[in-house]
Each structure stands twice: as C-alpha cells, then as structure tokens.
Design a protein around this ligand. Sequence first.
Ligand SMILES: NC(=O)c1ccc[n+]([C@@H]2O[C@H](COP(=O)([O-])OP(=O)(O)OC[C@H]3O[C@@H](n4cnc5c(N)ncnc54)[C@H](OP(=O)(O)O)[C@@H]3O)[C@@H](O)[C@H]2O)c1
Length: 337
Amino acid sequence: MKDAVKTIGGSGAVDWLLDRTVLPGFSSIGYRVRGLAGASPDPEGRLAGRDVVVTGANSGIGAAAAEQFAALGARVHMVVRDLERGADARARISEATGSDELHLHRGDLSSLASVRELGAALAEELGTGIAALVHNAGVMTQERETSVDGRELTLATHVLGPLLLTELLVPALAAGAPASVVFVTSGGMYTEKLAADDLELERRDFDGPAFYAHAKRIQVILAGRLDEELAPRGIRVHAMHPGWADTPGVVESLPRFHSTLGPILRTPAEGADTIVWLAASDEAAAAGGRLWMDRRMRPAHRVPWTHETAAERERMRTRLAEMAGLEHLLREDPGPG
Ligand SMILES: NC(=O)c1ccc[n+]([C@@H]2O[C@H](COP(=O)([O-])OP(=O)(O)OC[C@H]3O[C@@H](n4cnc5c(N)ncnc54)[C@H](OP(=O)(O)O)[C@@H]3O)[C@@H](O)[C@H]2O)c1
C-alpha cells in the first residue's frame, strides 16, 4: 500500500510542470492529473477513533476536511463561530458519512479571549490526546478591520488565534503523539515577503488580497518555527495550500476570480485532501515545518525577493508571541540541528 501511495502525485516531470504553470496546477486539472481522485488520504486507517480539531469547519474546505475525517472514523471537533451554521454543517456531514462523532465547539479565532476559552474547553475534554489540529478558519476583508483586541483582523484570524490555540493544546497534542498541526495557507503567499517589523502592515495602504497573502506567508514561516519547537514532543507542524477551490469564501471575497475560473476550480473536498493526508502520512511525519500541496512538498518561495532572513524570522516569532500574550512561553530557538 505504501508503494501505491508513493506513486500518487503523477510523474515527477508532470507534477513539476503543473506546479510551475500555476493555473493547471492549482485548479482541479492538477488534482486529477496528479492521480489523487479516489486515492484514500489514510489507507492504513490511522485516524479511526482519533480526535481531530478543525477550525472554520462549517463551510468550504473546513467542512470538507471535517467530512473526510469523519468518513475515516475520526472523532471530529468542529470549531465554528456561529453555532447555528455549525449545527447545519454537522447535520449535513452526519448525513453524508453516517458519523455521530461530530462535536461542535464555539470559537472566534480573531478574539484572544474566545480562543482562550475554546482552548481551555478542548484541553479539558481532549486531554488524553489530540491527533490533529487544523487551522483552517480564514477571512479576506474588503477594508482594514481590527479585531476586538485591536489587531489587524487578517493577522488576528490567521495567525494570532491559531498560535494561541496551538500553545493551549500542546499538552493534549503531546498526549496524542504522533500528532500534527496543519496551517491551511494559500499559494497567494508566494507574492509576499515577510514584513518582520510591521506584521499588521500599518505602514502599507490597505489591499485585501495582499494583506491576506502576507498573513499566509507568516503562517508558512510560523509552521516551520513551531515544528522545530514541538517536534521533540512528537508534534509535527505543517503548512499546506489547497489550490483554488470553489467555496463560499471565494464567491464572497473574489467574485470576479470565481466567475472567470468557476468551471475549473477544485471542489472543497479536493482542496481539503492534503490536510487529511498530512494528518495520516508517515512521509509528512518525517518532515515537519514544510509547505505541501497535493501530497507533495512544495517550495516556500518562487522568487528570490520574498526570502526572509533568520533574524527577521526571530523578530517575527518574538513579536507574535507578545501579540498573542504568550511571551512567557517563548522557547529558545532550537537552531538548525
Ligand atoms: N478556497 C480557496 O481556493 C482557498 C485557496 C487558498 C487558501 N484557502 C484557505 O482555506 C481556508 C478555508 O477557506 P474557504 O475557501 O473554505 O472559505 P469559507 O468557505 O469562507 O470558509 C472559511 C471558514 O472560516 C470561518 N471563519 C472566518 N473567520 C473566523 C473567525 N474569526 N473565527 C472562527 N471561524 C472563522 C468561517 O466561518 P463563517 O461561516 O462563520 O464565516 C468559515 O467556516 C482559509 O484559511 C482560506 O484562506 C482557500
């Protein structure tokens, strides 16, 4: 079975070409040509009976990931900010999979108080072990918005809330080791360089897609750094990007993109596939801190000018910990070895 899984992703040359040409690679064409359709993300059944947490689980890619985890027999903890929308999604997923192991939790990832409450409840309920924590909740705003904590909203939702939630769940993840944390990032981050001394982009004019892409760049760097810190406890941290999937979020935030590319966008399930695969795969467990798409490791940069320095990464890590109220937890940089 392992050999069968290794052939997934298409031949190296075809896969490389799809990746570099972006449009076919990121659309449903790439997913199909890579031979992923119908290939179980967990052929060995490792997720059956395990607890997994998915944020933004009522819609789009998060709901599709929750459904795939449920179909594999996992106990799925769906984090939603609106319990009514959450209950609708839970009913749909239960109907589709037959699972009655779908549990709703309220949490607004943009609010540190809400995340603290959520983290405490999950830590108490799942103290015996979490197999996977998926940071999927995401937003692209139309104007500069601030969170209840006064932070730029895109950064708060994609980075500060997930960082805090990860830290609150480290003991439960360690108890569930081998465990994984997955950041659902975006190919849009290839266009952005880390602004290490302006994480909220206060010195830039507002631009929704650029602010979103910058928060996604931070997620990718943070995944690398958290993996160095947490791997010794049996927790691997990954970043993945789902390609372009047809979701309510895309319809709302990028209507022109959606109407132009609609026919070739991925389904939410195709976008979610690598999330679930990362939580189940030996290959991913052996290589944390990297960016994945369609079950293959991808470069974190495509152009030279987006590379950050080690010092910039360090300043980012320190500043994020301060913003998330986690200074006391700052770990030593474990260094390259
Ligand atoms: N679709 C794509 O092509 C694509 C491409 C690259 C990356 N992504 C990433 O994939 C993830 C899912 O996006 P999607 O396309 O599936 O969009 P979506 O359908 O809009 O789903 C986003 C989810 O995040 C939730 N959410 C937003 N803000 C939240 C908050 N403050 N607290 C808790 N939950 C919150 C939403 O809840 P409500 O329903 O209550 O709003 C919803 O459940 C995002 O991180 C996005 O950046 C998507």
